[in-house]
Design a protein around this ligand. Structure first.
Ligand code: 3H9
Length: 687
């Protein structure tokens, strides 16, 4: 019963009822097709279509995209609605997305609730609208608006939908409003397909093409959407519909669409494990230790989710700095229209900064974001143990330090967990939840609940140097530095990775975060580094030269006058020198070779991470890389990408690379197993 029908007098009510999001699968399509026949046979005066549970429809059921399309097909069902002699009115609450929005476009009239939104997010799943969206929307809202909505995939709110002519009215009760529409007015509405096509405007098309090139580089679907919209302008409606359908079906089976579907479902799967039944600690007041950029970002994220927050600092200057930092974020959010005046005042009321640990005696969670030093952490945790209630959870935001050692600073280490945020903490979606040797299920459950309340993507990870994300990042940089020293330049490596789909390459990214952080890590690792492992000294030379990145005006690149980056021949010379000292004969790597080496190094490390149980599964690694480290979403994450190469191919290539350096390229046993068994890396589980 995915679609229900009922009549009251001569009005028919058709309700899409397919929880949780009214996705349009086969049974909904069948139900809608039958509803058209029912309405016509019942000789109704009008049909009002809405969605159950306060949600119109979330679009096609994307779970069906992995199998062949099955009749009835949505475009045919919508053509039947469109051509019906009974007027249909779409009453939209919640969201009308993708195929849901296309249902609305096939109706004669559309009414939205003020809080509802409507849009065509198909390109975010690597496809284009496949049930008339590319042909009906330009007729309804004009070329520029249609290109914006379809190629960017961003839904619009009711008021904007009204302003651009996408809907006829906005009403608190759209179903009742649809019932009240005057019959004469209803009869005067023209079906969207019969509206004139917009003029072909080269300037608008070129602007959209440029925007796609800059914002959606590497992605096929937005370009295809533009092409089909453009082609539709010169074609009769049904012919336009036909090329749209063919393109939709081709894209549906493409690698990019599969990758984007994988990330979509992995994101939704990022939740507490089903067997985690412990009750989380109740959270109302959270203490944050340290009001630097990370601590204040965490504090703001907490304020945004309704918590009372107190930042703990060591002295008055620290308190003042913390207040200024949080205030700056509040003011920026206000300026960007993310919150209003009342919201900013209310957040300020829930915030305090102090040096007095007694002020957090009712906090049930503390998140330490202090300086990355084990001594500092030990002192902080001992103080937190004294100040907070005995059941409170004590979390560290450490990026690299051993959580188990931190936990030893308190008498009950089961209270200690890692909550690794990514800067800026109020914006970045990833949250690594670090599970220590003694972390209790209560602490873990609290971490997941917090992640959900902060609307982040929580991923449980185990303890090791760098956890999942920074450990792979370290290998990424090591591989890049080796390529640089042995025959390339930072700018060639950056360009190769941007071509792969990263917004910026490893060197440009490091210039942003600063070379000193990785330097401090290398010094920390000196004592435990395998002495037989090749060490690339160029980054140390950079620090000696004071080239720490953008903040010093020069890093891997130069930033003359604080402006855009330029290649730096001095940096290129460092590699020549070091290669000369080491007696290395440099080679000229192609962009493909650069990408291959860097990505294989990351995949190999990630496979070890999975085998060691530092990550629970391959999808979690994909989430970490996509949401914390800029790995292109449309490649599906590192492990999904690895499967597109295939474990056999990867291992064969790693065997070649092993001949160059058997330590750096030591092949992960997990990859070897997958290659030998012919199984997917994404299906592999920790040993
Ligand atoms: C399309 O329409 C193509 C057409 O043009 C052409 C057709 C011919 N399918 O996100 P949530 C599941 S392409 C299947 O946590 P929220 C989701 O996996 C489609 N399942 O809730 C989760 O399952 P679980 C274009 C779907 O309230 C549960 O529903 N449409 C779909 O935070 C709850 O989801 C889109 O791209 C789906 N389409 O957000 C919209 N959508 O509980 C995609 C959701 O087992 N969807 N599920 O983990 C969304 O943006 C959000 O889910 C939505 C709700 C805003 C609707």
């Amino acid at each position: 019963m995915s679609v229900t029908t009922r009549r009251e007098d001569n009005v028919g009510y058709v309700t899409i009822d397919s929880p949780p999001v009214n996705a349009i699968g086969r049974s909904v399509r069948t139900g809608l097709r039958d509803a058209v026949t029912w309405a016509e046979q019942s000789n109704l005066e009008r049909v009002i279509i809405s969605g159950a549970g306060g949600m119109f429809a979330a679009g096609a059921d994307t779970k069906e995209f992995d199998s062949d399309p099955v009749e009835p097909h949505l475009p045919d069902v919508l053509n039947a609605i469109d051509q019906s002699f009974i007027p249909w009115i779409a009453a939209i609450e919640g969201v009308a997305l993708g195929g849901g929005a296309e249902i609305a476009l096939a109706c004669d009239m559309r009414i939205m609730a003020p809080s509802a939104s409507i849009g065509f997010p198909e390109v975010t799943l690597g496809v284009i609208p496949g049930a008339g969206g590319t042909q009906r929307l330009p007729r309804l809202v004009g070329l520029a608006n249609a290109l914006d909505m379809i190629t960017l995939g961003k839904p619009v709110k009711a008021q904007l939908a009204l302003d651009i002519g996408l809907v006829h009215a906005v009403d608190e009760d759209p179903v009742y409003a649809a019932f009240m529409v005057n019959s004469e007015a209803l009869g005067s509405f023209v079906s969207v397909r019969d509206l004139p096509v917009p003029m072909l405007d080269a300037a608008i098309l070129n602007a959209a093409r440029e925007r796609i090139n800059s914002k959606s580089s590497g992605q096929i679907a937005p370009h295809k959407a533009l092409d089909i919209i453009e082609a539709g302008i010169g074609l009769p409606f049904l012919e336009g519909l036909d090329i749209e359908r063919k393109t939709f079906l081709t894209l549906r089976g493409s690698e990019q669409a599969k990758a984007l579907r994988h990330v979509f479902f992995a994101e939704r799967g990022a939740k507490a494990p089903a067997d985690l039944t412990a009750k989380p600690v109740e959270l109302a007041h959270v203490a944050v230790v340290g009001g630097g950029l990370m601590g204040s970002g965490i504090a703001y994220a907490l304020l945004n989710s309704g918590f009372r927050v107190t930042i703990l600092e060591t002295d008055d200057d620290g308190v003042e700095r913390a207040c200024t930092n949080v205030d700056t974020i509040i003011a920026a959010s206000l300026k960007r229209g993310l919150i209003d005046e009342a919201g900013s005042n209310e957040r300020r009321k829930r915030f305090a900064a102090t040096t007095n640990y007694n002020n957090v005696s009712d906090a049930t969670l503390a998140i330490e974001a202090a300086y990355e030093s084990m001594d500092v952490k030990r002192t902080v945790f001992a103080a937190l143990e004294q100040a907070l209630p005995a059941h409170a959870i004590l979390a560290s935001n450490t990026s690299y330090l051993d959580l188990n050692e931190i936990a030893r600073s308190v008498s009950d280490p089961s209270r200690v967990i890692g909550l690794h945020f990514f800067a800026p903490a109020h914006i970045m979606k990833l949250l690594e939840i670090v599970v220590g040797a003694h972390t209790s299920d209560t602490a873990l459950a609290t971490g997941f609940v917090l992640g959900k309340r902060l609307r982040k993507i929580p991923v449980a990870v185990g303890v090791c140097d760098g956890f999942v994300g920074n450990r792979i990042l370290a290998r990424y940089r090591e591989a890049a530095d080796t390529i640089f020293m042995d025959g390339s330049t930072p700018w060639d490596i950056d360009e190769a990775m941007v071509e792969f789909g990263y917004a910026m390459g490893p060197y440009a990214a490091q210039d942003l975060s600063g070379l000193d952080i990785a330097h401090a890590n290398r010094r920390r690792q000196d004592a435990t580094r395998d002495p037989a492992r090749r060490y690339i000294p160029i980054a140390d030379r950079m620090v000696e030269l004071g080239k720490l990145g953008r903040k010093t005006g020069a890093g891997w690149y130069r930033y003359p006058g604080g402006g855009g980056r330029v290649d730096d021949p001095i940096v290129a010379d460092l590699a020549l020198e070091e290669a000369h000292f080491a007696g290395i004969k440099r080679v000229d790597y192609s962009a493909d070779e650069i990408r291959e080496r860097v990505l294989l190094a990351m995949i190999n490390e990630a496979a070890d991470i999975l085998q060691e149980g530092i990550a629970r599964n391959a999808s979690d690694i994909d989430l970490v890389l996509v949401f914390g480290y800029g790995f292109p979403r449309w490649r599906g994450g590192l492990m999904h990408y690895a499967d597109t190469l295939g474990a056999k191919t990867i291992v064969a290539r790693l065997e070649e690379l092993c001949k160059e350096d058997p330590i750096a390229w030591k092949i992960s046993p997990l990859l070897q197993q997958c290659a030998a068994n012919g199984t997917l890396i994404s299906d592999a589980a920790p040993a």
